[in-house]
Design a protein around this ligand. Structure first.
Ligand SMILES: [Zn+2]
Length: 287
């Protein structure tokens, strides 16, 4: 989800169009601009989620993972209670993820590991990472004034998938499938009848979001994700165009986002992930 344009756009416009005609330079962009905030939950039932996140240093790890982003202003990652709303959004330099959404992800996780090498922990870690990356994508588009062709919600999903695919092959597969699992379980079934108005939403449907992320993954690596087509999770007709879809995404990310990445810090992405996720995975496996 994305809310109103950030204050940054207004500040930039004001500095460039000042009445004196003087152009005031925007602050220089730099890495390590991610901040975080654990807001105490309003609902006592969410306290264990906060305790687990703090114990596992979840937001600190996300801060480190996203540290290569070069931004002109700090971006805060926040978890907070949302009065029952299962939601997440970006607004005014803050990404907010509701405890309600985290609770729903935990509730949706299967009791046991799944076939295909997908662990229960992956079905939690994947969607949580995807939510933070999706909202960070909105922040990046807005704060860096990235032009977006097509629907921004789809572009944010693609950004998230692309970042996941930068992990090692095994981790990329786990996070992509874990994330797709969370969308897939929201599908009503193989045949659907829905009110036509429900197709007017700004987000693609859960089924479309599942197929889209699987298509980007298959387009990026046909070998690593070959079983998606063999087992018909991704229909052959769609699979045929996925390499092109991934190439389009790769071109956009390389041209538009890569100039805003600190290459030295980005080079440590695998190392940071391996170090930070291992404790979370072990902890989730024990629950
Ligand atoms: Zn969104």
């Amino acid at each position: 989800m994305w809310h109103k344009p950030s204050a940054i756009a207004a500040v930039l416009a004001a500095t460039i169009c000042s009445t004196t005609g003087t152009v005031i330079a925007a602050p220089k962009s730099k890495p390590n601009q991610i901040r975080y905030e654990y807001v105490a939950p309003k609902d006592p039932a969410h306290q264990p989620i906060l305790d687990q996140m703090k114990q596992g240093r979840a937001l600190e790890h996300l801060q480190e993972l996203l540290s290569p982003l070069r931004l002109s202003y700090p971006l805060t990652l926040k978890v907070a209670g949302c009065d029952g709303a299962v939601n997440a959004w970006y607004d005014d330099e803050v990404v907010t993820v509701c405890y309600e959404m985290l609770a729903e992800i935990l509730k949706s996780a299967p009791a046991h590991d799944l076939p295909g090498g997908l662990s229960r922990a992956d079905t939690v870690l994947g969607p949580v990472l995807a939510v933070f990356l999706h909202e960070t994508a909105h922040a990046v588009f807005n704060m860096l004034q990235i032009p977006v062709l097509g629907r921004e919600e789809d572009a944010a999903d693609q950004f998230a998938a692309y970042v996941m695919l930068r992990l090692s092959k095994d981790e990329a597969r786990r996070m992509i499938l874990g994330s797709a699992y969370h969308h897939a379980i929201q599908m009503p079934g193989p045949q659907v009848t829905v009110p036509i108005r429900s197709l007017a939403g700004e987000h693609s449907t859960p089924a479309q979001r599942t197929f889209n992320i699987l298509c980007i993954a298959y387009g990026a690596d046909k070998t690593l994700f070959a079983d998606l087509v063999e087992k018909d999770f991704l229909p052959k007709d769609r699979a045929e165009v996925c390499a092109r879809e991934y190439d389009d995404l790769d071109f956009a990310m390389t041209k538009l986002i890569s100039p805003h990445i600190d290459k030295r810090l980005a080079g440590k992405f695998h190392e940071v992930w391996a170090r930070t996720v291992s404790t979370r995975r072990a902890h989730l496996a024990r629950q």
